[in-house]
Design a protein around this ligand. Structure first.
Ligand code: A3P
Length: 323
């Protein structure tokens, strides 16, 4: 076998070990054997120290923006293809390899004090992602945001409509969430994409199969909206970033937008774009009741899970379970 040319050797290898056809990228600098064949002009410092993992529509862009204001925190270069997110660990980007991923990050000036990160809201509920992240970034810290899952589902539905998704345009929110198993396939698919990310306990459990709970921080998304300064202090504490950045002078509530926004030079204010903090009619009562009972058992499990792992129960969950 040693005398076979490289291509044939590769083919033979994967015949013998078919389970290895699907790559699992690891940090070359953590494995001596890999490091020895790692090109001398490459660097493992261009990997994130933490990730914001989603889920979608919980305030991930606001958190990303606030984090990016911090002088010691550097985010990824924005991807033109996937709404600025890198989305490496899910989907086909993963097969583009490590160099492709690292090229999204600036070279940090000081590797101990600079914090590289990326946020891809699609990571949270993808079955493959926790294992892949752990393989490459076993020491990375993870940040997730949870809001009431019914609100998340409704915001997501509005997002799909704003993007002209034909199924979301043709069906009401109630029709989508209540679609049964005999409904058309596209409707069922949209229902699943709308509802499944909100089964938070299922996804969080998967992350903790790989990561210790001390590496995962859970942000209460309602607090991120109403008390972002306090939330950002907690996030900094979790990341062990010193000295603490004082957000109170840097973000301010904007009456017109109805959300906290970034204070710019000359006291100007920059809020997130129109697609964040959209105006839409309130959720129909029937849909709200349906979703409350749909998520009830998952929310109960979530609160047990959070207690077990010593996480604070988000305000919305406390309210939901006491109602
Ligand atoms: P809506 O547009 O439905 O209100 P994501 O960035 O993960 O897609 O989340 C979008 C949601 O972030 C918005 O949903 C909005 O409610 C919430 N959000 C939280 N803080 C915000 C802020 N400071 N500015 C704008 N939207 C914010």
């Amino acid at each position: 076998l040693k005398q076979v040319p490289p291509l044939e050797l590769g083919i033979k290898y994967f015949e013998m070990f078919p389970e290895e056809k699907d790559p699992l990228w690891q940090d070359p600098c953590l494995y001596k054997r890999h490091f020895m064949i790692w090109s001398a002009n490459k660097s493992c410092d261009r990997l994130p120290k933490f990730l914001v993992i989603g889920p979608q529509k919980t305030g991930t862009t606001a958190l990303y923006t606030f984090l990016g204001m911090h002088p010691a925190i550097l985010h990824n270069f924005k991807s033109p293809d996937t709404f600025e997110e890198v989305q490496f660990f899910n989907g086909n980007n993963y097969y583009k390899g490590l160099d492709w991923y690292m090229d999204f990050f600036p070279m940090p000036e000081n590797t101990t004090s600079d914090f590289l990160f990326e946020k891809s809201a699609t990571y949270f509920d993808n079955e493959l992602v926790p294992r892949r992240v752990f393989a490459l970034l076993p020491k990375a810290k993870l940040i997730t945001i949870l809001i009431h899952p019914a609100k998340r589902a409704y915001s997501w539905y509005q997002h799909q409509r704003a993007h002209g998704d034909p199924v979301a345009m043709n069906y009401s929110f109630l029709e989508i969430v209540k679609a049964g198993d005999s409904a058309p396939r596209k409707l069922r698919e949209l229902r699943n994409r709308c509802l499944i990310p909100g089964i938070y306990v299922q996804h969080l459990s998967r992350w903790l199969e790989h990561f210790p709970s001390r590496q995962l921080f859970i942000v209460d998304g309602e607090r991120l909206k109403s008390k972002p300064i306090a939330v950002m202090n907690n996030v900094q504490r979790f990341l062990h970033i010193e000295p603490r950045y004082n957000y109170s002078a840097q973000i301010r509530f904007d009456q017109k937008k109805g959300f906290y926004c970034q204070v710019m030079d000359e006291n100007k204010i920059k809020c997130l774009g129109k697609s964040k903090g959209r105006q839409y009619p309130p959720m129909e009562e029937e849909a709200e009741d349906y979703l409350r009972s749909f998520y009830r058992k998952h929310n109960i499990q979530l609160s047990k899970f959070l207690n077990k792992h010593n996480y604070r129960i988000p305000d919305w969950l406390e309210r939901e379970l006491s109602s």
